[in-house]
Design a protein around this ligand. Structure first.
Ligand SMILES: Cc1cc2nc3c(=O)[nH]c(=O)nc-3n(C[C@H](O)[C@H](O)[C@H](O)COP(=O)(O)OP(=O)(O)OC[C@H]3O[C@@H](n4cnc5c(N)ncnc54)[C@H](O)[C@@H]3O)c2cc1C
Length: 456
């Protein structure tokens, strides 16, 4: 079986790896000059390779750690105790233990207790389906109370959803609270975050090597123009005007990109794909010559500040692995067509640095060695209330065509762990469905052969 895969991010490369392991020949096409997609690297002017967007691996990411063992790169995983904080009304509050929760000044003691209860309650939800039809706002007000909602949750939701959180289901906050709780290990419940030396690219390269060792091919700088569809069946991949034939094609890109690649599919299916919404992101990276906050993540509950948080990844990545630099990301989630996405890099730099200075009066702009504005339009799939029927399946209405994309990961969050796990599942779906197809063909051929001999 010869399978063409579109996209060389974690999904595409994991899928290629799992398929190769089953003896499938794969050929992967990646549009950009490097593998990794959203989890890919950025090369600084001084030659240092750093994550384009902030990435952490959690100690509870069991699929990833097994994968690293299997690939012989587990010794490159590093974990460190980290701190999480809140920026509220001009001050930073550490929020790493129940005691800190209970001391959080902006809230009365009943509010603090209810905030703790909200986190605890999320751990006891057994069936997430019951949260599917409950709005995140209603759920948070019910558990945390109106004052905590107004002071903490509402500004965070507003920032995260670029204002459009009215139709977001409670599964959104539930999966986040469960994932964050899972990082706390040991009796003292310390929070840990980790990374691979060299970033996710280390994992991606290790899988790419195995794919190539099994005879597969990976092509960089190869944007696919179209998936060729004839008589309701995918027959190959069109690049530079020519169609390269495959037994099956798997796209691992986001739904709006996939939609543009399949002009030969029915308009009904294309319209269906068009219903999947995404959030985009603007995430400037500040490369500093000194630490900034000491917190892995500082959540900002002040909605006058344009960015959602301050994420300092060198609190868990030893700066020695990133050229001695300190890396701080200042993300802002946006609607894909938001006016923020249209601002120039210089405008963003000005607004972001002004706000950073307002937050940290001691911040010295001379500490900034590089200020790099990274942005993407389709980053995180948006699932609205009662909308699971809009999640596209791996098998598509076009025969021999499959879709493995982050929008299918729900209610889990999309991250390296869930994406690579999903790719393994997609590989199983592809091989099982191909097997059925061949059995169908061979049954049909045996029937024809029997018919040919007149033997019924
Ligand atoms: C700001 C931010 C923070 C994050 N934080 C974390 C974190 O802490 N931990 C974590 O584990 N995960 C994190 N993630 C999530 C993680 O990066 C993604 O879930 C994951 O990288 C998605 O991988 P993917 O392969 O599905 O998609 P992508 O990475 O988008 O890969 C799709 C690939 O397809 C290629 N492509 C598109 N069109 C074509 C075409 N026509 N032809 C050929 N190739 C094409 C693209 O160039 C791209 O490389 C974060 C993401 C962001 C944006």
């Amino acid at each position: 079986m010869n399978v063409g895969i579109i996209g060389g991010g974690i999904m595409g490369i994991s899928l290629g790896y799992f398929l190769s392991q089953q003896g499938v020949h794969v050929e992967i096409f990646e549009a950009s000059p490097t593998l990794g997609g959203l989890a890919g690297p950025l090369i600084l002017d001084d030659g240092t390779s750093v994550d384009r967007f902030y990435h952490a691996i959690l100690s509870s990411d069991s699929h990833l750690s097994e994968l690293c063992m299997e690939l012989g790169i587990a010794d490159r995983l590093r974990f460190r105790e980290t701190k999480m904080g809140f920026y509220y009304d001009g001050a930073i509050y550490s929020m790493n233990s129940m005691m800190e929760f209970l001391r959080f000044p902006p809230l009365g003691w009943i509010d603090r207790f209810r905030l703790g209860l909200t986190v605890l309650n999320a751990q006891f939800v057994r069936d997430w389906h019951e949260l599917e039809g409950v709005s995140v706002q209603d759920w948070l007000v019910r558990w945390s109370g109106q004052r905590t909602y107004e002071n903490i949750w509402r500004p965070m939701l507003k920032a995260k959803f670029d204002g459009n959180y009215a139709d977001a289901p409670a599964t959104y906050i539930w999966s986040r609270l469960v994932r964050m709780k899972s990082t706390r290990s040991g009796a003292n419940q310390k929070e840990e975050a980790g990374h691979l030396i060299g970033g996710y690219l280390t994992l991606i390269r290790a899988m790419a090597e195995r794919i190539e060792a099994a005879g597969g091919q990976i092509h960089l700088r190869c944007p696919v123009q179209e998936i060729a569809i004839e008589n309701g069946r995918a027959v190959g991949i069109r690049r530079d005007g020519a169609v390269q034939p495959y037994d099956a094609v798997v796209a691992t890109v986001q739904a709006p990109i996939f939609r543009r690649l399949i002009p030969g599919a029915s308009t009904e299916y294309q319209d269906y794909l068009g219903k999947t919404d995404y959030l985009g992101i603007i995430a400037p990276l500040l490369v500093l010559n000194r630490p900034l906050t000491g917190y892995w993540t500082l959540n900002i509950t002040d909605d006058r500040i344009p960015f959602t948080g301050v994420v300092e990844t060198t609190t868990f990545i030893d700066p020695q692995y990133v050229g001695g630099h300190h890396l701080v990301y200042l993300p802002k989630y946006t609607a894909p067509d938001s006016a923020w996405q249209k601002m120039s890099d210089d405008e963003i730099r000005k607004v972001w640095l002004e706000n950073l200075k307002a937050m940290f009066p001691d911040f010295d702009p001379k500490s900034v060695q590089y200020f790099l504005v990274n942005r993407e339009r389709y980053v995180e799939p948006l699932h609205l209330l009662n909308s699971t029927h809009l999640i596209p399946s791996i098998e598509t209405p076009v025969r021999n065509l499959y879709l493995a994309t982050t929008a299918q990961i729900y209610p889990a969050l999309t991250n390296g762990e869930s994406v690579s796990r999903h790719a393994r599942q997609a590989a199983e779906v592809v091989t099982a469905s191909r097997q059925q197809e061949y059995e169908g063909i061979s049954d049909h051929q045996s029937t024809l052969a029997l018919e040919g001999t007149g033997n019924r």
